[in-house]
Design a protein around this ligand. Sequence first.
Ligand code: LUZ
Ligand code: MOS
Length: 764
Amino acid sequence: MIAEQINTVNTIPNIDAAGHVTGRSIYVDDIPVMHGTLVAKIIDSKLGHGIIKKIDYSKAEMLEGIVRIFSAKDIPGQNEIGGIIADEPLLAEYKVLFQGQPILLIVAETEDAAEEAIKNIIIEIEPLPVVIDPREAFRQGQLLCKSRTFQKGNIATAFTTCKYIFEGTAETGGQEHLYLETQGAYAYPVEGDSLRLFSSTQGLRHVQETVAHVLGIGMNKIEVDVTRLGGGFGGKEDQAAMWACMASLAAWTLKRPVKCIPHRMEDMRMTGKRNPYKSDYKIGLDENYKIIAYEATYYQNGGASADLSPAILERTLFHGTNSYDIPNVQLTAHSCKTNLPPNTAFRGFGGPQGMFVIEAAIDHAAKEAGVETTLIQRANLMVNGTEFPYGQIVADSEAKHCWDEVVQLHNLDNIKQQIETFNKENLLIKKGFSLMPVCFGISFTNTMMNQARALVHVYWDGTVSVSTGAVEMGQGINTKMLQVTAKTFGISTKKIKLETTNTTRVANTSPSAASATSDLNGKALLNACNQIMERLKEVVRTIFNEAEESIVNIIDEQVFINGVQKDLSWNEVVKQAFFKRVNLSAKGHYATPVINFDKTIEKGHPFAYHVYGTAITVVTVDCVRGTYEIDAVHAVHDFGTTINRNIDLGQIEGGLVQGIGWMTMEEVVYNGAGKLLSNALSTYKIPDIYSVPKEVNIHFLKTEGSDLAIFKSKAVGEPPLMYGIGAFFAIRNAILAFNPAAIIPYTAPITPEKVLMALYSKRS
Ligand code: LUZ
Ligand code: MOS
């Protein structure tokens, strides 16, 4: 019965779909504005590093339509923001550390007035040297936080026993989030020196507490409300706070409604992106290509302040060995302080950066040893019972299962044969392929963050209101929460309304991030629904004079006792409960059990479970032009028991294409002065309909799923992004088919320009 219900609920479409295609979905800029709403615009630094000598806005402030110009001195509370380390001034006072750093906030009646005023502001900055390279920052001792090392076995002695040892470097670039909806916030004063704040944020608590600190007041005076986001991808996990602080500072001081929403180019130059990494690796193998030792040092480009970089650094370490079982490992990570906007969370959160390095090391070893990369990959996939470098014992490994299934389903031998034949027959077009295994840990690496709450009201007409701490950002979380509620109550989804995410209904939320939103909020919601359900069952037993052991169910809104249908509907039970003065509301709480991590020894059991998968990527490279196409991606993915097949497939496809974009075409470029050159969609290329794989096949691995996943439906947000790494290696292999002596550094993205250079390069 339960299984059937899951299946019927399983088919529901994303409840936001109709609103999105008809333009009725409400984003921050669609909220009806109050009378007298002002606009806030940020004046940002045009220099990458320097000492502020003079700021003069006296003339600008006198202009028509200008209400007020705020500088650091006008902040009533604390100027320093930052979720992990408070090291980032909201408005720069003495120094600027990056181009795009906010210095002043203009509040005006209209945007035009603000633009006019900007021309009349004088800011003098004495330039200092700009550092944008993480290795250079490291040499200068510029670090954002303590460096960390994960260790297993003993690499020093292990390397002495290896038959093959290879060393090299690997680099991955940044990535612009390019959420369709830019950052933004709208704030207005309410009674009691309080604020109501609409923010495009993944993390309501962080916005609420940051605004409270900046204003020097309690969190209880700030109500944050989120309808939905037009995408986040990590870019609004912490960085939404800055825009919220700007709108709030003005609204609270002026006692007027204020909107602060940047244009695309302002958003692109002022916000941080995925952390670029430069890394060193050393890999040692025995005569059977078993990896005996692996050493990596990661230089993370953190930007000018810590933001989430320390946590991202940590996840790089957690995923440094991807899906491989390696007995001796040493991974060291440095978070380097550079004169760039603070880099931040981006789908995968440092995991992809770490995985690229081990894949590069394995590919390097294979090419030098003269064997196929896939041979080394397959020979080292982990199995249950082995230990991750951070101490967690592998208990749920589907690594070989996924690999073998995709190899068999898509007949890898046949693919290889076809590619070989094609490459023999074509002189100037070459194909290549790769396999990319993925193992991603599910839970915030910071154990404390793995908690959530939900508030459910059953109104006495039988309709239901659901609030959770989850933020809908296009990933379909509201649809999944609707399914959890409908299934638990045994009622139609039509009876249920998903409310906005709001700090007065659900407090102290963790951000919707780490792929953990459905699990954490779903389990909290399940807990709330079950509390109400137990009370309703008691009401039913009373009505029918049934003993406590009798089993009450509600299926399709009808009451069953011990499997026998009664003449009593959901609506009637709810009404009866209300008459009997039974509480029809509940607050659910969930904290992931089992998990722990001890940073002093860098060991523990940080993840509730892991998600596995393997993708085969096939590409075609035009060896005259350096352009390429992704022919196909075939993946076997571990969904557990999915509760919504189509939404999960959408997450896989979106993640995959975003990963391919990061690896192949998205190139964040700053010049030596720290100026963002890829500052618009004309200079920053993301995958479009023409650059997606021609064919995508996603297979659902048949597994049970984990009890720590909501209804055993495993987390799906971030893991598929890493399939995109396969595109890099497939393109690299196609280039080698054209020119076996090509020099192709492990430097992503592998743009068409780089492909062209590599095609005609030669090892000396
Ligand atoms: N955010 C965070 C994340 O604060 N901690 C994490 O472990 C994490 N992982 C993935 C994405 N966002
Ligand atoms: Mo994220 S990188 O899960 O906000």
